[in-house]
Design a protein around this ligand. Sequence first.
Ligand code: COI
Length: 358
Amino acid sequence: MSELIKVEKRQVLQEKPDQASLTFGEVFTDYMLSFEYSQEKGWHDLKIIPYGPIELSPAAQSIHYGQSVFEGLKAYKHDGEVVLFRPEENFKRINQSLERLKMPQLDEELMLEGLKQLVDVERDWVPDGEGQSLYIRPIVFATQGVLGVHPSHNYKLLIILSPSGSYYGGDALKPTKIYVEDEYVRAVRGGVGFAKVAGNYAASLLAQANANGLGFDQVLWLDGVEQKYVEEVGSMNIFFVINGKVVTPKLNGSILPGITRKTVIELAKSLNYEVEERRISIDEVFELYHSGELEEVFGTGTAAVISPVGELQLKDEKIVINNNETGKVTQELYDHYTGIQSGKLDDPHGWRVEVPRY
Ligand code: COI
């Protein structure tokens, strides 16, 4: 599609935030992309409108029954140009999430075109400081106002944009402290763990708050059946460096198929690391630590990027990984990953997608 999407202009543009003080996801740009779905018309009325509050029926199915899915991706600025990172992967995944919640599919190409036009309108909002980016949040939610439990007949898609700094605040490579959750579970096979649905994050908040209260940044989830095998962290997939090998839990239906996870696996292989996707139990992780074979642990996510893990606590045992410092492999992957994203390094895999000037 090459037609220009209609832009409903706002009267007054906002003042841009001070780049030096950007946090994660607290400031939003002037415009957002909006798209409507009805049973009669299908997806229609794609437009760029002023960012702001929306009208929603108090009976909307999304707020009662949780029919709501989202995505997260980023835009970067380099040499005055704006690039997206693997955006087609996010639209592929949003369709998988939509399918799981019985919501209507999106045209992936049209969505990518709409996103490029939105980001072009907002290109002056893309920050260029170290570790900064324009965080992009597509969301699709049910809007029909009826209380019967059935798939909604109406939906809305919005894409909102937020100039952001690091997810955990401060230095992106500051090692995080992770609590291994042994009471609550996040997902089970056959459920919605693989999909990026809003409810997965709601279900994580109690354990996350408990862990925060004990001084931890995040929880590490174990499998929902035996609570034995490592799955993922609240907002990241998890990786271990074991005897020089990069190991991560194999996707099993209850783990989110992270796009950063996929990228890091491809990147590690291209840097000649052996990569293993397999089941790994939490007991094995602790045993490997005691035998000196667990060299590094890190998490991956669009928001969190590549984030070293400095401490893991299981019940009353705490292990300190690599002296609570960023490991060599984590650093190397971080440098390559962020270098390709920001344009400082070549992009041999073709992951960057430039935003044209329309
Ligand atoms: C992301 O990494 O983009 C996420 O969606 C995780 C979290 C911020 C919800």
